[in-house]
Design a protein around this ligand. Structure first.
Ligand code: ATP
Ligand code: SF4
Ligand code: MG
Length: 351
């Protein structure tokens, strides 16, 4: 992996983890992305405090690659996901996506019409298959909806595309499901419908936000395998969000670990799982069961729970919970991501 450095408006160097040398060109480039939400403002009073939901996140993902965004509740995973598909606007920073015509598109430059076209290239799969489907729409209407919105195909074409998509996601026999409503389906079947709807336009970028976390354990691995198959079929770039490291191990080529709005470690999945460097990553990984019963991984304890990042101090975000915290951490700003062994980046002064 090469690590490219550019500068932002504030002239801070930005490291781009994941710029693969020689292999596939990047399909998604995220630079110093931020989203701040005002707290406690009123009609005639401007907010003076802000939640730093996402606070200076940079990464790259290659075409066909899957990057996991991993971290505890509230660390900014969903906020990042929504910005990647332009469902919400960043406070600052840049997102560039390779579209279906191989053009690199800066999302900030897209107006209404271009945003609609961009939706052909980038789709999101949501956590809750109960909420994400309209209860009054049949399976056919739901999966065909993106084709209708984009004005693609005649009714006959749409029927055959929806039918093909249904068999690819395992909603067969097609005739049994085509005209059912969401309340007539199981959770796993609903998520298959949601995946079919997201993939029918053959997007080049898919952002999946904890798509199996609300499903029964018995259907989770089927849905994960389905997404792996579809990713290969479409050669799509995946950003896969999960708080579950075991899921990330199964689904992702690389993992970015987030903590209170920042990426604190990023690298290849097996490297991070076998040899986590950042103390927070070590604590996360130590909680995951190991397949080899003879291997006992030392448990790393961290104190306290994740806080809401309202006007966080400049020092390391993990300082209050960190077993390695020292004076250098207290006296300096949050550490930058720096290269470690192989192609890993870690944000820590002491690890
Ligand atoms: N619309 C909003 N207005 C105000 N604060 C928000 C908003 N959306 C998210 N936040 C806050 O931003 C932070 C990050 O939230 P986000 O939903 O991105 O976390 P997450 O990592 O997806 O968590 P989870 O694992 O629970 O889904 C949290 O502190 C959350 O309370
Ligand atoms: S920089 Fe200091 S406080 Fe932050 S994770 Fe590293 S050791 Fe802990
Ligand atoms: Mg979330």
């Amino acid at each position: 992996m090469t690590i490219a450095a550019t500068t932002t408006a504030s002239q801070q160097p930005v490291i781009h983890p994941g710029a693969e040398s020689g292999s596939s060109a990047p399909a998604l480039v995220v630079e110093d992305l931020r989203k701040y939400y005002p707290v406690g403002g009123a009609l005639f009073r401007k907010a003076t405090s802000f939640i730093h939901a996402v606070d200076g996140v940079s990464f790259q993902v290659a075409r066909g690659e899957s990057l996991g965004l991993v971290g505890e509740s509230g660390c900014g995973k969903t906020t990042t996901a929504k910005m990647l598909v332009k469902l919400i606007e960043p406070t600052d920073g840049k997102i560039v996506v390779r579209d279906r015509h191989e053009q690199m598109v800066d999302l900030a430059t897209l107006g209404g019409r271009d945003t609609k076209l961009f939706r052909r290239s980038a789709q999101m799969i949501y956590q809750d298959p109960y909420e994400s489907l309209n209860p009054r729409r049949t399976v056919f209407d739901t999966i065909a909806e993106p084709l209708v919105v984009q004005g693609i195909g005649s009714l006959h074409d749409r029927e055959s595309r929806v039918g093909r998509m249904m068999s690819q996601v395992g909603l067969t026999p097609i005739g049994n499901y085509m005209f059912r409503f969401p309340h007539e389906l199981s959770g796993g079947q609903r998520q298959r419908v949601a995946i079919a709807r997201a993939l029918i336009l053959e997007p080049t970028l898919v952002v999946a936000d904890e798509p199996t976390s609300m499903l029964d354990v018995s259907v989770r691995s089927n849905i994960m395998q389905l997404m792996l198959d579809m990713r290969e079929r479409l050669n799509a770039t995946f950003v896969y969000i999960t708080h579950d490291v075991a899921v990330a191990r199964y689904m992702c080529d690389r993992i970015a670990v987030m903590y209170l709005g920042k990426i604190i470690e990023i690298g290849r999945t097996e490297d991070i799982l076998e040899h986590p460097i950042h103390p927070y990553t070590r604590a996360l990984i130590s909680a995951v069961p190991v397949p080899d019963p003879g291997f006992v991984r030392p448990k790393v304890d961290i104190k306290g729970g994740i806080a809401r990042p309202v006007d966080p101090p400049k020092r390391c975000r993990f300082y209050d919970r960190c077993p390695l915290a020292s004076k250098v951490c207290e006296d300096n700003d949050h550490p930058p991501l720096t290269p470690r062994d192989g192609d890993r980046l870690v944000a820590c002064y002491n690890a």
